[in-house]
Design a binder for this molecule. Structure first.
Ligand SMILES: [Zn+2]
Length: 51
């Protein structure tokens, strides 16, 4: 997994990163700057970037 992490960091540096955010409780996708889920009201939002 070290190789994958290195590759991911290189890609992130070279291209605009796409950040995906979703509610950890109900799984609804939300805007990346959202801190509260509009569906269930949870503040447990998880963010991750995709290549
Ligand atoms: Zn939710």
């Amino acid at each position: 997994m070290i190789t994958v992490s290195l590759f991911a960091s290189l890609v992130t540096r070279a291209t605009p990163e796409t950040v995906v955010a979703e509610c950890r409780r109900c799984g609804t996708s939300v805007e990346s700057d959202t801190s509260v889920c509009g569906t269930c009201g949870s503040e447990d939002i998880v963010r991750y970037s995709i290549d």
